[in-house]
Design a binder for this molecule. Sequence first.
Ligand code: R5P
Length: 287
Amino acid sequence: MYIIGGTASKTVAEDLSKCLDVPLARTILKRFPDNELYVCITDDILGEDVIIVQTTYPDPNIVELFLLQDAVKEAGAKKIIVVIPYFGYGRQDKKFENGEPISAKAIAKLISLNADEIVTVDPHKEHILDFFSIPALSCSAVPELAKYMMNKNIDLVLAPDKGAFDRAKQASYIINCAFDYLEKNRIDGETIEIKPKNLDVNNKNVAIIDDIISTGGTMAKSIVELKKQGANKIFVACTHGLFAGEAIKHLSSTGCNEIISTDTIKSAFSKVKIAPSISHLIASKQV
Ligand code: R5P
């Protein structure tokens, strides 16, 4: 068995190699003068099971994944397992308006062409797994995020909306504190409102947990509302830290005490490693 780490997920692949005690295959990746990508696997993987690890964000990493999958197939691998730490386009998981694509389905169909199994982490909605035409499993980063927050004296874990309620509940069990959710209303891609909801947060330390932080708008609005209600320290935690545009500035200016993310997308806030959760899933399900 071999592991191949794409550009977006080098560290996760290296960590996974250690966790599973499986070697990394050597690859050459370079750009042609016109910026097209060149990929070559220099280890002999004929007849081997191969795990390709690649987050499908931003877009060039999707093309790289397709090329890696094709190279692995052409080299005669026995089985191809694609590990996608962050599956991009997951939020367009249905047609919101006529004329739109189901982007998550479109990408999933293409990835399925040269793969036998998929493993991903906290997909935006669980039904996304059904868009792959091959077996697809997901693992959750919530236990590791919660473990990281265990020594922060957190009194309450909040979900920013009802959809993320189970995540907050699961984290609260590990941290051993209360849980609740906020009322969120999305107006458009960049505008949301958090409806005031009376919570018992006066002088309390609160963690807000979500699958994605993109613009930071959801978290920033939540923090403002919690501060109004007298919250003390506020921690924001997510599995996938996209931190688009001015997200970090936005969050910092609201008085957030700490930003926590996993390394499904590598950033300065990737304080929680995802490879142990992925390797546990792979080992336990014998993917
Ligand atoms: C939406 O349903 C997701 O779970 C996140 O709440 C959302 O993607 C966060 O986006 P932003 O940081 O731009 O508010």
